[in-house]
Design a protein around this ligand. Structure first.
Ligand SMILES: [Zn+2]
Ligand SMILES: [Zn+2]
Length: 199
């Protein structure tokens, strides 16, 4: 049995930044001794209606959070080395979290691919950076995306000049230049032929 800490599902879990995307299951009922069990390695609070969305930096800190914010919950104690059962239960927990997440996100991405949004632009036609990045995150993309990270140009992510490199433009309808303002090229291009002017 692989240790859960070395498993990709656990690495995925600890790389998550908000529990809102995870649909974490509620905590189980306390066991016969009144203890609420946590899985090994948990980072996100699963107390009902807890406002803390971000992960704790360690399971220990998560336990501290529970004891400070949810003192009525008595967590199972950590005793010695984890058993094989605990390892297995933790692994199943993380794998199933990731699987349901993937299914959900894939369904969302498929729907999004059919109906891609337009690139958010300002009145002058330039990309609205705040909005485009927010939208990308809503669609489960990353800012910076991998290619922008690889190019070591994190701040260049989602910028017009990087449209051919940046992955995040895949989230948007590609043949959309501007619906907000008159494209400035028009005047220049139409100058050549006068035939259209009927005056
Ligand atoms: Zn909490
Ligand atoms: Zn990018």
């Amino acid at each position: 049995m692989p240790r859960y800490t070395g498993h990709s599902a656990y690495h995925w879990y600890i790389s998550q930044r908000s529990k809102l995307d995870l649909q974490l299951p509620p905590l189980p009922a306390p066991d016969t001794r009144g203890y609420t069990p946590l899985f090994l390695g948990e980072r996100f609070c699963r107390a009902p209606d807890c406002a803390k969305e971000t992960p704790a930096t360690s399971t220990n800190n998560l336990r501290k959070h529970y004891s400070q914010k949810h003192p009525n919950l008595i967590l199972n104690a950590v005793e010695g080395r984890p058993t094989t059962e605990e390892e297995g239960a933790a692994l199943r927990f993380y794998v199933s979290l990731r699987d349901t997440y993937d299914t959900r996100v894939l369904a969302k991405q498929r729907a999004a691919a059919i109906n891609k949004p337009k690139i958010p632009r300002k009145k002058d036609g330039s990309i609205h950076l705040t909005d485009i990045r927010k939208k990308v995150k809503d669609l489960h993309g990353q800012v910076p995306c991998e290619p922008c990270k690889d190019t070591n140009d994190r701040t260049g992510c989602c910028r017009e000049e990087n449209i051919s490199r940046c992955d995040n433009f895949d989230y948007f309808d590609s043949d959309n230049q501007s619906e907000l303002s008159d494209p400035p090229e028009e005047e220049a291009e139409e100058q050549e032929g006068e035939e259209e002017e009927e005056a």
